[in-house]
Design a protein around this ligand. Structure first.
Ligand SMILES: C[S@@+](CC[C@H](N)C(=O)[O-])C[C@H]1O[C@@H](n2cnc3c(N)ncnc32)[C@H](O)[C@@H]1O
Ligand code: SF4
Ligand code: SF4
Length: 411
């Protein structure tokens, strides 16, 4: 029997009502979440922005000490001084304008402890008004839900909270015991949070747990070797070399697996070379592509090398004159400067590895929002640190030796 084509009823894959129901239901929100998550994986790196600064002679980043004062007294730190008053908001604004006029794209607000400055929200707002990509590094002790909301409203994009241990010690009080309850303030916040810890003999026994605690909550986390003071003295015991090396090696491995280790493989390799006493070939771009401004408005090459020149007197030629190998390069522990220098020297290699590492997280980004109640699980993991490690897709899909770390024992 011949089939009359006009009689065949076309069957759509989805009926109209089903399409409408899907669009009204979880489909669109899930797409939005996936796009947001992919954006987050690549945010903070600002590839296009950094790219521009790789081609011209202008600076990429300035670290501005908004105060020398601090509410803590970490045993390894030489960057605070409570005998000095806060700089005024007017002075800070003047210096921030000048830093922007030099063409600087990113500003990192540091200290001392930036949150002890009474005008910190206004400082952030001003940086954003001038168009800076703006980050802030804090010990987190003064963070409240209200302050996080105010900083977000002011436009803060990135916050680094420093956490060295699970519990406080005489060397450092910066521990998850204080910070963990505050992590929830960042749920649904536009501020991109990451954790950074210092490794020394005092913190090393807990460094793995610090790393694990951050990563298991989906927070990009980094722990890095303690560095010397400007006179090349270590103020604390650095810890046993072999153990430190094994730990750095394990981070390199995890980074390659795509876990959220918040530093480049180049910097991890650099730290391993430091431990082995191996020579690394690089040219320091501190004072040129990145520089520091003290809480007195002085232009500093980096946190360790200071000048008496005022930032208001600095020209682009002054900056370019600092593009040279420096006598202090050997053993340098100013990792942000080493990182920028390696990026300028080998952009394709450094960026390429970072992009590959972040791209490895993309499949878990697709899984996350499509899993029923994924957000609820995330929230539970934050609120219940002893719960299962649901937040970090990559950790879950590739268990490691670090899985042995149990938070219940530690906190
Ligand atoms: C000087 S602090 C200022 C911001 C804030 N008070 C804090 O602790 O995060 C900036 C960063 O430098 C780190 N730091 C200070 N002294 C260090 C050292 N000797 N070696 C490695 N990191 C150090 C701190 O842990 C912190 O992450
Ligand atoms: S909290 Fe920051 S500035 Fe204060 S002593 Fe510790 S590392 Fe230094
Ligand atoms: S080599 Fe290190 S210590 Fe010396 S200027 Fe560069 S960043 Fe600073």
């Amino acid at each position: 029997m011949q089939t009359d084509e006009s009689q065949v009823k076309w069957q759509p894959l989805l009926r109209r009502e089903e399409i409408v129901a899907t669009l009204r239901g979880p489909f669109l929100p899930n797409c939005m979440k996936i796009i947001k998550n992919i954006g987050r994986e690549f945010s903070g790196y600002n590839i296009l922005e950094s790219g521009k600064r790789l081609l011209d002679r202008k600076p990429l980043q300035c670290s501005l000490y908004v105060t020398d004062r601090c509410n803590l007294d970490c045993g390894y730190c030489t960057e605070y001084d409570n005998s000095r008053p806060h700089p005024s908001l007017d002075d800070l604004k003047k210096w921030i304008r000048k830093i922007r006029e030099l063409g600087t794209m990113r500003i990192a607000l540091v200290g001392g402890e930036p949150l002890v400055h009474p005008d910190i929200v206004e400082i952030v707002r001003y940086c954003r008004e001038l168009g800076f990509a703006t980050s802030l590094t804090t010990n987190g002790f003064l963070l409240t839900r209200k302050l996080v909301a105010q900083l977000e409203d002011a436009g803060l994009q990135v916050m680094q909270i420093s956490v060295d241990r699970m519990t406080p010690s005489p060397i450092t009080k910066k521990s998850f015991k204080t910070i963990l309850p505050k992590i929830d303030y960042f749920r649904d916040s536009k501020i991109s949070l990451h954790i950074t810890g210092v490794i020394c003999a005092d913190t090393l026994p807990e460094s793995r747990a610090v790393l694990e605690t951050g990563l298991s909550r989906g927070i990009p986390t980094e722990v890095r070797l303690v560095h010397a003071d400007p006179l090349h003295r270590f103020r604390v015991d650095r810890g046993p070399r072999e153990e430190l090396e094994r730990f750095i090696d394990s981070m390199i491995e995890r980074k390659r697996r795509g876990e959220k280790i918040h530093t480049s493989e180049a910097i991890l390799n650099y730290q391993r070379s430091l431990l082995r006493g191996e020579r690394v070939e690089w040219t320091c771009v501190a004072g040129y592509k990145l520089f520091f401004v003290s809480a007195q408005g002085k232009f500093w090459i980096c946190s360790m090398v200071h000048t008496d020149k005022h930032i208001m007197d600095v020209t682009l030629d002054d900056l370019y004159a600092n593009y040279r190998k420096k006598s202090c390069q050997e053993g340098c522990g100013v990792y942000c400067a080493v990182s920028a220098s390696l990026l300028v020297e080998k952009p394709v290699q450094v960026l390429g590895k970072e992009i590959v590492s972040r791209a490895k997280r993309v499949p878990s980004i697709f899984r996350r929002p499509l899993t029923a109640d994924a957000d609820k699980a995330t929230h539970t993991a934050m609120a219940n640190p002893d719960g299962t490690r649901e937040m970090n897709g990559s950790t879950k899909s590739s268990p490691s030796a670090d899985d042995r770390v149990t938070l219940r024992e530690r906190i």
